[in-house]
Design a binder for this molecule. Structure first.
Ligand SMILES: [Zn+2]
Length: 286
């Protein structure tokens, strides 16, 4: 199984790979810059080269980049929209430079302009970002959201709409976050709900477009529309849903990424737990 977590790069990109290795991970998600700032420093090609080599040597793949939180590709405010598209294109270029296979982005928020118009703007922004990064290999993944405020992407139909309407959609895919979809009202806590959710995903988006899963439990109940990650088994989703995922043959090649606090200390424990639930390793010590 491909299991890893989001790791910090504050001590350097190669250090993040080392943390992944120590945690028992074989895939990794990371930011390429401070996600709360617009500005970014150019990545030194030497550092990029060293990072790519180290990832190969440690057999950590795929590499997954998460973009900045400030980017809003659905903004009705023209100035913020231009700034967002520019920043997103830079994020794609940085991800490509680091040989990341995927770059995960949130769907953006319409901020009162309405969902229909937000989805149209978002679709155009994604198309433009692909057009302006020709020949690049990195695949853009639209992440499912909890639907906080005026956020788009809480319904699978939103994501399906973007994928169907971007011409060059071979470079587009989806990242499903278990916490977000649960907060958005998709009940994956029962066998029946899990099946219903995946059926809807297949209908609206197509399961072939699912490339990454963020495995987070939820601090808030079903349909809360609030995005608060919890450690696996400690939240409202509960361990059963994660057991279903790691034993579902449809997920066998999909990287599972933890996005919970204290990565250096805690990811190891939950990577072990997931490997155990999937029958890969003996039970972890309690
Ligand atoms: Zn996520």
């Amino acid at each position: 199984m491909k299991i890893g977590g989001h790791f910090p790069i504050s001590k350097g990109l190669v250090k993040a790979l080392e943390m992944t290795g120590r945690a028992g991970g074989n895939t990794m998600q990371f930011f390429t810059k401070n996600p709360g700032q617009w500005k970014s420093k150019k990545i030194d090609p030497m550092i990029a080269g060293r990072f790519i080599q180290a990832a190969k040597k440690k057999e950590i793949a795929p590499l997954i980049v998460h973009d900045s939180y400030l980017i809003n590709l659905a903004s009705a405010d023209e100035e913020l929209l231009r700034k967002s598209i520019k920043a997103f294109i830079e994020e794609i270029e940085r991800a490509e430079m680091l040989s990341a296979k995927y770059i995960v982005t949130h769907m953006g928020a319409h901020k009162g302009a309405g969902e229909k118009s937000g989805l149209e703007i978002l679709t155009r922004s994604v198309a433009e970002s692909i057009e302006k990064t020709p020949g690049m290999d990195v695949t853009i993944l639209l992440e499912t959201t909890a639907g906080q405020g005026t956020q788009l992407g809480y319904s699978f139909s939103h994501i399906g709409h973007v994928i169907k309407n971007v011409r060059d959609s071979e470079r587009l895919g989806v990242c499903l976050d278990t916490c977000h979809i649960f907060a958005a009202g998709y009940d994956i806590t029962s066998d029946e709900g899990y099946k219903k959710t995946l059926d809807e995903f297949e209908r609206e988006i197509g399961l072939k477009n699912l490339k990454v899963v963020h495995v987070n439990d939820a601090k808030k109940p079903l349909g809360s529309r609030v995005d608060r990650h919890e450690f696996i088994g400690k939240g409202h989703i509960g361990i059963g849903a994660f057991e279903r995922i790691v034993n579902d043959p449809g997920f066998s090649n999909i990287p599972l990424i933890l996005e919970t606090p204290e990565p250096e200390k805690m990811h190891k424990k939950y990577i072990k737990l997931l490997r155990y639930l999937g029958g890969e390793t003996p039970p972890p010590p309690l």
